[in-house]
Ligand binder design. Structure first.
Ligand SMILES: [Zn+2]
Length: 412
């Protein structure tokens, strides 16, 4: 899908460089497919062309070419939405418990990808010396530094000072996993713990193919990458992920030399390469089909909205600030003058949404409008939200399920 850039907004493009496999280092990969996106940021658009590839030696799925770090930095500051991805209500208590159980009392915790600093704050309240890094602007959060680890330039924290380094849904976004790990491990004390949580490509391949993920880990590839870098997984294996599509692992830094100069991958890992390659190709086909389905649904939902009010003179409410909203909103703003994102989550209300001037608002703002169209973006709650809209007594032109692309009510 190539999206035309009809606006006069600046369009950012990246320099894409071929990259070897992050897990085994092989330069040989097989092409899986290509994906093109134009992502609407707050002030400009970002063009991305992903070349999905699978390592021919070990079966690791990754972006065969990687964008330059300057582009990525600009992207994350302008276009990224924190706490994104469908129903992303991560289990904060489980996260807190898992980190606290592995860190000495009052110990120093560094979070990479700290978003607005909410989790660092929660850790501080538990008595830990916690702070974080994030490229996203977060002026109000004293615990978050704007430095971005992984490009070799961050000298912000004292080396070997952390009892724990934690990174939730970060490693799948980085340009070079090995460089990122080296830098993260330089902050960690010997025998300190590293906790990583990333999407699980083995169980949820469709979720991986969004405009931000460059590296697609399965439990097997993630484990091997960490072991090669001198890290030892806990005997109990993986810890519970805090979102349904994720995987989590806690590892200890047992060999600093190896962290700086990673070992070759193990023979056992390479032996499984061929079977993993076949599996990865099958998973990719499945993911592509799922992805295509989501794009078709967004177009179908936008078409239904246009049919409900061909003049474009209606207030359109996209309910749920997530990836479904991101897909359908650019299609709606082409036709309608008044498109708003609404969400009941306090952490989202008042924050900007890519490509729109108005910040995310509470659904109650629909009260003061006349011709209303609703597009519902919650895979699990759309039926319930439709009932809520119907019970509100508001006149609606249409209620459309933006996840399935179907009309589910309206016209009263
Ligand atoms: Zn490989």
């Amino acid at each position: 899908m190539t999206e035309k850039n009809t606006s006069t907004r600046p369009l950012e493009t990246a320099d894409w460089t071929p990259a070897p496999c992050d897990v085994c280092g092989s330069q040989t990969s097989l092409r899986l497919g290509e994906r093109e996106f134009v992502v609407r940021g707050r002030t400009r658009d970002f063009a991305m062309t992903f070349e999905d590839a699978v390592c021919a030696v070990c079966g690791f799925v990754h972006a065969g070419r990687r964008p330059d770090s300057q582009f990525l930095m600009a992207y994350y500051r302008d276009a990224h939405i924190g706490h994104r991805g469908g129903e992303l209500h991560f289990d904060g208590d489980a996260r807190l418990e898992a980190v606290a159980a592995r860190t000495p009392k009052g110990g120093r915790i560094i979070e990479i990808g700290a978003n607005d600093g909410a989790f660092c704050k929660a850790l501080s309240e538990k008595g830990f010396d916690a702070f974080g890094f994030d490229p996203v602007e977060a002026d109000e959060a004293a615990t978050v530094d704007k430095g971005f680890i992984g490009d070799g330039t961050s000298q912000i924290a004292e080396p070997q000072s952390a009892d724990a380094v934690i990174a939730y849904y970060v490693l799948e976004h980085v340009i070079d996993a090995s460089a990122w790990l080296r830098e993260a491990l330089a902050l960690l004390k010997d025998n300190g713990v590293l906790i990583i949580e990333v999407p699980n490509y083995a169980t949820h391949p469709g979720d991986a193919l969004n405009p931000e993920h460059l590296l697609h880990f399965t439990p097997r590839t993630l484990r091997e990458l960490l072991i090669r870098h001198g890290l030892e997984p806990e005997e109990t294996g993986a810890i519970a992920p805090t979102v349904p599509y994720g995987q989590a692992i806690a590892v200890r830094l047992v060999n600093r030399k190896q962290a700086e100069r990673p070992h070759r991958p193990s023979a056992a890992y390479l032996d499984e390469g061929e079977a993993a390659l076949v599996e990865a190709q099958a998973a990719y086909r499945l993911a592509k089909a799922e992805r295509t389905g989501r794009i078709i649904a967004a177009h179908s939902a936008a078409t239904l909205a246009q049919e409900a009010e061909p003049s474009g003179k209606a207030s359109v409410f996209v309910w749920g600030a997530n990836e479904y909203a991101e897909r359908v909103t650019p299609l709606l703003v082409e036709h309608f003058d008044d498109v708003r994102i609404v969400d009941k989550s306090d952490s989202k209300i008042g924050t900007p949404f890519p490509g729109l001037d108005a910040p995310i608002a509470h659904p109650d703002c629909a009260k003061d409008t006349k011709s209303r169209i609703f597009l519902l973006c919650s895979p699990n709650w759309n039926a319930q939200i439709a009932k809520e809209i119907s019970a509100s007594g508001w006149d609606t032109l249409a209620v459309i399920d933006a996840v399935t692309g179907e009309d589910i009510g309206g016209k009263r």
